[in-house]
Ligand binder design. Sequence first.
Ligand code: ZN
Length: 480
Amino acid sequence: MRDGRIVGVGDAAEAASAVDAKADRIDCGGGALLPAFIDAHCHLLAFAASLRSVDCTAARTIGDIQDAIRRAAPEGTTETWLRAFGYEETVLAEGRHPNRHDLDAAAPDRPVRLIHRSGHASVLNSVALRLAGIGIATEEPPGGHMERDLASGEPTGLLLNMERVVERAVPSLPFEELSAGVREAGRRFLRAGVTCLQDATHTNGRPEWELFERLIAEGSLPLEVVLMEGIDHLGELPERAAGGRLRRGPVKIMLSELADELSPDEAELTRMVDEAHGAGRQVAIHAVGERAVAGATDAIEAALRVRPRSDHRHRIEHCSLLPTGLAARLARMGVMVVSQPSFVSERADRYIRLVPEEQRAGLYAFRTLSEAGVTLAAGSDAPVTAPEPLRSVAAAADRRTAEDGALTPDERVEAADALRWWTANAAFAGFLESERGALRPGLRADVALLPRDPMTCTPYALRELPVERLWLEGRPAEPS
Ligand SMILES: [Zn+2]
């Protein structure tokens, strides 16, 4: 490694001939050197905010959530918002989302926003609803849903797919706090061997770009960031900033399925994809269920029919339920799938409860996709799942569930394949392959040292394998 780049790769003799005799030598103790990981889909600001919020991921009853909020509530005044996150209604003993009254009982005087584990639902308490101006007359945006009390029509506090409305109303985290959260998030990524992130937040626009620029400039974020551009902000972002450490990524389109309908609907989705594709951009469509995945595929196909283009690298994000026969179509069109294997380990028991047996074969069907010739890449979707890539690789390799079963074991892949999703393929998904994602002369010297060869580890051992050392542009980045 020299001047931040890899200058040679090979055995000891070849390495010696690539550098001069005075070069520093590092004993890797028989471990394995890998290109540092690239998280192809995460949400950095939400992850940072979650690190500064009340953690409800372990809650198994609404009472647990109330206790966590009660413990935190005395720390603020009646004006300061209390942020909590990570609940999952399907694992709560009550089998339902909490509502405003549950939160009022824990924090009657302070505004509370409790965010669902998926990031796509929030519960506000009564003070928060009042401060946010959300009430009986609030109109739901397309695709959004505000749960109402059946008798009175008043909001129960549960807001589904209404992030935009909530974010407009809830003051954002003070910059100092956000910046502290980003520093903590950055350290966590570095410890896990990740040096580059693709931020997939669908609301990203100019203000987020400027925020990232500021965070990188002040040194809070030592990683490189590819920022996706929300479709509503198409054309707002420049291509690069912060000396190339901040780059514009694909255009993000959020496609949700509510009550068996797509939002945006097929016609609007086709128009959006056509607009972004027509502008020469790469699109990344959030699609989870079968209808959404099929709808996203149709829209990309239509755009390519009108304006054929090679090497577009359009992406389907998540692709959690793959409709039968669709993999071959994706492969034919050159559409990538960017998914999160950690959902398998962290959520499989929920899927087994909620997804009908006959649909389960399509759940995170990584082997089917890769055998059909689809290029896969991986991300953590942090804060939705943990940011550690090796946990995700292990999940793809063994598909073990928390309750010790296995989810559709036929869809297991080799660890080597999943490692590629986090390195070379993640680079490809972000048009970064001339810069990173492999150990090749000329690429950035972002290199991770593992104590053992991950290809020969059992998935069980892989899950706990630490990243022993990390080099960022050739310099040691000792994750503190
Ligand atoms: Zn996401």
